[in-house]
Design a protein. Structure first.
Length: 261
């Protein structure tokens, strides 16, 4: 697994070089739309092709869950879960907060995760049972025990506004009970920053597996807790995630006080 991880890191950093180069000259006329406020560009697509091609060599036979659909091949044993550019809206607006997220599922279980924060050249990685690291240095979740001394990250709804009132009630609570709320615009970065203790927690709904797979493993391997909004395990495909340090149950409780009521 360690050998595999090193090869994935080299590949992801090469993909990051491409994104960094394209960011210097990106022109907003190149934005395409997959749906309302759902942006994509040639940078997302080409990065994904590069990563899928590289991973196909590193682990022949593995399948893919990849956001831009470069490969839809699935395997009974190993599947890569890839977001080639998490934070596309930031990228297209020249806001340097975006990441590459690559995870490996072994029979449905997260076993490896890499989140590469391209602009800051910060590479977060974890393997199941092997701990979590930032640029090869061990990381752990924040030691802060209660959210009144915590910084919490989230993602704002941007295309499905059906649960807006409940969501706003949750934000209202967090604004009054924490050091502050942040909306970075990249779920992978939100989770990586939770893993290394910059945030005490992160929650969002309507995310896909490729947004959270690598980051969720980072948080768990850094000693954190990751659940869905009911406190269960369905955070990878269930479109609800709450991740955090020891204060995660307190964060979850605030969400549950308002969600689906
Ligand atoms: C998005 C980012 C964002 C989150 C969105 C995601 P993308 O991913 O993770 O933070 O709020 O829901 O779709 O589209 O930039 O890969
Ligand atoms: Ca994403
Ligand atoms: Ca993406």
């Amino acid at each position: 697994m360690q050998q595999l991880l090193q090869e994935v890191i080299v590949l992801v950093k090469e993909a990051g070089d491409f994104i960094r180069k394209e960011a210097q000259a990106f022109d907003k006329s190149k934005i395409e739309y997959k749906g309302k406020n759902d942006l994509v560009s040639y940078v997302d697509k080409e990065t994904e092709k590069f990563i899928v091609a590289g991973l196909s060599k590193i682990l022949p036979g593995a399948g893919f869950i990849a956001e831009e659909g470069t490969s839809t091949k699935r395997s009974d044993s190993y599947n890569w879960v890839i977001d080639p550019l998490d934070g596309t809206t930031n990228f297209t607006h020249g806001l340097p907060v975006y990441a590459i997220s690559v995870a490996l599922l072994k029979r449905g279980e997260l076993t490896l995760g890499v989140v590469y924060d391209v602009s800051r050249d910060e590479c977060f990685h974890a393997t199941k049972g092997g701990g979590a690291f930032l640029n090869h240095m061990p990381i752990s979740v924040s030691p802060v025990k209660t959210i009144d001394k915590g910084l919490i990250a989230t993602g704002f709804p941007y295309y499905n506004f059906e649960q807006m009132n409940q969501y706003l009630a949750i934000l209202n609570d967090f604004m009054q009970s924490t050091h502050g709320l942040r909306r970075m615009g990249s779920a992978a970065i939100d989770l990586a920053y939770t893993a290394c203790g910059r945030f005490e927690g992160f929650f969002e709904y309507n995310l896909n597996s490729y947004d959270v797979a690598a980051g969720a493993l980072l948080v768990k391997e850094a000693g954190g807790i990751v659940t869905d909004f009911r406190g269960g395990d369905d955070f990878l495909f269930g479109r609800e995630i709450v991740a955090g340090n020891i204060a995660q149950p307190e964060i979850l409780q605030i969400i549950q006080n308002h969600w689906n009521k």
